[in-house]
Ligand binder design. Structure first.
Ligand code: AMP
Length: 168
């Protein structure tokens, strides 16, 4: 179901990258609803809040949080959040990236479900987990639609619960 709703876009956003586009999955109402419901069912009672990683993670996190009746926290690229923030830098293939979360985003010890569309090298998810922990909460699980296993993201997140609907 999920694999047939992912689209390969070669050389996006730069030459050599095979971009895994999940917009066909979002556009398919029954498939999207099933993904959201299945994800929510697996974490029902196990998490207190849902984090979405900008930007595609927001779509998934908002829907799953709504389904669970939980709140959602935004982890955003640097400079986008208006309040006091914590920041993490991480290496990209070329250069570095920075993500932020509001300092007061979590209650102490809250169990957090992290959602994103794709787990590639794991740098983004790892930085997100560090932010959550620095903000005083705990990462219950990292959940993605698609894991690119050959890029080793799961190793980067060793010791954490990582779940992918589909692994390539
Ligand atoms: P990484 O930090 O390498 O795990 O990259 C993960 C982030 O980059 C996620 O937010 C993904 O949305 C995006 N990403 C990385 N590689 C791809 C890809 N091949 N197709 C789609 N999104 C990707």
């Amino acid at each position: 179901m999920v694999s047939s709703r992912l689209r390969d876009i070669p050389d996006f956003p730069k030459p050599g990258v095979l971009f895994k586009d999940f917009t066909p999955l979002l556009a398919d109402g029954p498939a999207f609803a099933r993904l959201v419901r299945d994800t929510a069912t697996r974490y029902d009672g196990l998490v207190d809040v849902v984090v979405g990683i900008e930007a595609r993670g927001f779509v998934l996190a908002a829907a799953v949080a709504y389904e669970l009746g939980l709140g959602m926290v935004l982890v955003r690229k640097a400079g986008k959040l208006p309040g006091e923030v914590l920041k993490e830098s991480y290496a990209l293939e070329y250069g570095t990236a920075e993500i932020e979360v509001h300092t007061e985003a979590f209650a102490p010890g809250q169990r957090v479900l992290v959602l994103d569309d794709v787990l590639a090298t794991g740098g983004t998810a790892h930085a997100c987990c560090l932010l959550i922990e620095r903000a005083g909460a705990q990462v219950a699980a990292v959940e993605v639609v698609l894991e690119l296993g050959f890029l080793g993201g799961r190793d980067r997140l060793r010791g954490r619960v990582v779940n992918a609907v589909l692994t390539l």
